[in-house]
Design a protein around this ligand. Sequence first.
Ligand SMILES: [Mg+2]
Length: 105
Amino acid sequence: MTLNDAQIQVDEYVSQFKMGYWSPLSNLARLIEEVGELARELNHLFGDKPKKSSEKIANMKEEMGDILFTLICIANSQSVNLQECLDEVIAKYNHRDRNRWERKN
Ligand SMILES: [Mg+2]
């Protein structure tokens, strides 16, 4: 699935409902919540904060999916093409940071 396909699929899903896309600020809050959930998982796995026995078992994959879905919702509601965003950021790093990191052999 390409990013364009993903944007279409999310739009088809959201378009089923009268409410449609949430407002940009509500979606931003939701995105930050989901990023926090990923941070929590990473902290449980690699940080100093153990999971409580009462906490549900989640995983990074699920949280990354939530983040992607929410980001796609924001992009769709603002008519932003995420493939173009990704292409542009990769080009930026390939140019701006081309000599920044030591390369493998
Ligand atoms: Mg989540």
